[in-house]
Write a protein that binds this ligand. Structure first.
Ligand SMILES: [Ca+2]
Ligand SMILES: [Ca+2]
Length: 110
């Protein structure tokens, strides 16, 4: 764009070419998309949306509700420790039950 500066007599005093770059600001928060980490201001960063394969400039295009949670949820393989503890508790319980029934039987004999 050419800007021409003239004095009151119409004489050209200065002439300069300007290049005006209009930077896109999708969400209108005065932060241009090039520096705005969240172009559409939907709460998801551009990187999150690009990773999820959604449009970073479309607030209606959102990553699915819980992608991170499902990815983090891993099922641990069962170890033998749990089972052996159960066995020990079972034996203790059986022993207590046995003692109790013995005591009860003794009382009934008297
Ligand atoms: Ca913006
Ligand atoms: Ca966003």
């Amino acid at each position: 764009m050419k800007v021409v500066v003239k004095d009151e007599n119409g004489k050209t005093v200065a002439e300069k070419d300007f290049t005006i770059k209009v930077q896109r600001d999708t969400d209108g928060d005065k932060q241009p998309d090039v520096t705005d980490p969240d172009d559409d201001n939907d709460g998801y960063t551009d990187d999150q949306k690009k990773t999820a394969g959604t449009d970073p400039k479309d607030p209606n295009s959102k990553p699915s509700a819980t992608p991170a949670k499902t990815a983090a949820k891993t099922v641990l393989p069962k170890t033998g420790t749990e089972a052996s503890h159960m066995g020990v508790y079972g034996l203790v319980a059986l022993g207590l039950a046995g003692l109790l029934s013995l005591g009860k039987a003794k009382k009934e004999e008297e």
